[in-house]
Design a protein around this ligand. Structure first.
Ligand code: ARG
Ligand code: ZN
Length: 416
């Protein structure tokens, strides 16, 4: 007995010296209340759900707890008999972050692993340039707008043959800054398309029938900020009048039941909807481009992380989309393919029924604008590393998303 106490004591001391992510499951309303308050009392970062107001009984909460708050947080949870477990133990999160930011592009020998690493914004701009230079016949760049801090928003257009009046699909990545696997996927997708056209049957069919627009980083200011200041930043970096808080959640800023339940009008919230729909230059740029190309674009993808889900409209209402059955069938087939080929589980369904009401999202807006096949993917993982998915997971995460994109695109080509 005594040795047990000692061992537990040692473990406890150890745990209070390192950063951790706790998975907390409140059971009662009182416990829900306590957990909601933890994030305001201590220096912690909520990883899941996106905002404290969504914390509810029986649902797992992922909370990043820095070493110096660890003891106080676990004491508080224990004193209310709230169950929790450690999902990641980080010697320090800094080490994991450093592992992800170790840089590269200067070393030509490491070029075959380029797509298996995360890249700074500067490197991504550099990559965009090189990609258009190396593929002048098939890749062009479209400047769709600029960010709040005046960074260019470049989309790549992949167009494999010169057929007129081709359909098109759109993929955007990096709407939320800290979801680094998302821009990594856009780069992966472009590289795969250019390498496997005429070598892989499915991608060849897709590219023969559709042009593809890829926006690798929709939120460049936020993404840059995650590399330089705060790895956990989500929103863009715009200033609001009347508040010192920075940033709008770009995925709450579109004109789809804008700023109703599931978004916030508080500029300090992680889900701040902005001053009005499309108030942000980044969301306005995407919306304008899609409006101007809605006759050709039939299929829309927005790539996020984490939680492993294939979502479709609506997120802004509990109502079913008019082609719900089609969307469900496509997402189901994609999820089954991932399961079969990669042995990994992805939930699928409409956004509001699968996660939560979240109005003002790009997928719902695109759908309402006439792009009837509209999806949001949440890539790996399910919370072990969360936003800090280590680079050695990139290839599997991207291949899972790729097979899902291919499956759905092929179905859309058949139907339209
Ligand atoms: N995690 C994403 C978000 O909170 C989910 C997006 C689903 N689609 C939507 N329109 N909310 O933004
Ligand atoms: Zn996101």
């Amino acid at each position: 007995m005594e040795s047990c106490v000692t061992a537990a004591g040692v473990l406890f001391t150890l745990l209070s010296t390192i950063d951790t992510v706790l998975s907390i499951t409140p059971q009662t309303q009182e416990q829900v209340h306590v957990v909601k308050n933890v994030s305001s009392q201590f220096e912690t970062t909520l990883w899941q759900p996106v905002s404290a107001e969504y914390i509810k009984a029986e649902a797992d909460v992922h909370l990043f707890v820095p070493a110096n708050s660890s003891q106080a947080v676990t004491d508080l949870l224990q004193s209310h008999a709230i169950s929790y477990e450690y999902v990641i133990l980080l010697d320090n999160a800094e080490e994991l972050i450093e592992m992800q930011t170790k840089n590269d592009s200067t070393d030509p020998r490491s070029s075959q692993t380029f797509y298996e690493r995360y890249h700074s914004l500067e490197d991504i701009y550099f990559w965009i340039n090189r990609t258009i230079q190396d593929n002048p016949a098939t890749v062009s760049v479209v400047l769709i707008g600029s960010s709040f801090e005046k960074r260019p928003l470049y989309a790549l257009k992949l167009s494999m043959n010169n057929q007129p009046n081709k359909k098109a699909m759109w993929i955007d990545c990096g709407i939320h800054a800290r979801e680094w696997i998302s821009p990594a996927f856009c780069l992966w997708f472009v590289q795969y398309s250019l390498s496997f056209y005429k070598r892989n049957h499915d991608i060849t069919t897709i590219l023969d029938n559709m042009d593809v627009y890829v926006l690798p980083v929709m939120n460049p200011d936020g993404y840059h900020y995650t590399w330089t200041n705060n790895r956990m930043w989500r929103k863009n970096r715009s200033a609001s009048s009347g508040s010192s808080c920075i940033g709008v959640d770009l995925n709450r800023n579109f004109d789809a039941n804008w700023c109703t339940e599931g978004a916030s009008n508080d500029p300090c919230s992680e889900i701040y909807c902005g001053a009005f729909p499309e108030s942000e230059p980044e969301s306005a740029a995407v919306a304008n481009f899609l409006r101007n190309h809605r006759d050709s674009i039939q299929l829309y993808f927005s790539i996020h992380s984490y939680s492993q889900m294939l979502l479709f409209p609506f997120s802004c209402t509990m109502d079913e989309a008019q082609n719900h059955a089609d969307l469900l069938e496509m997402a189901k087939e994609a999820s089954q393919k991932i399961q079969r080929y990669y042995r990994n589980h992805y939930k699928y369904g409409s956004g509001s029924k699968t996660i939560y009401l979240a109005p003002g999202g790009s997928d719902d807006w695109a759908y309402n604008t006439g792009i009837k096949y509209s999806f949001t993917f949440e890539l790996q993982d399910r919370g072990r590393y969360g936003f800090l998915l280590p680079p050695n997971y990139i290839s599997k995460a991207c291949n899972e998303a790729l097979i899902a994109v291919k499956t759905i695109a092929l179905r859309v080509i058949e139907k339209t």
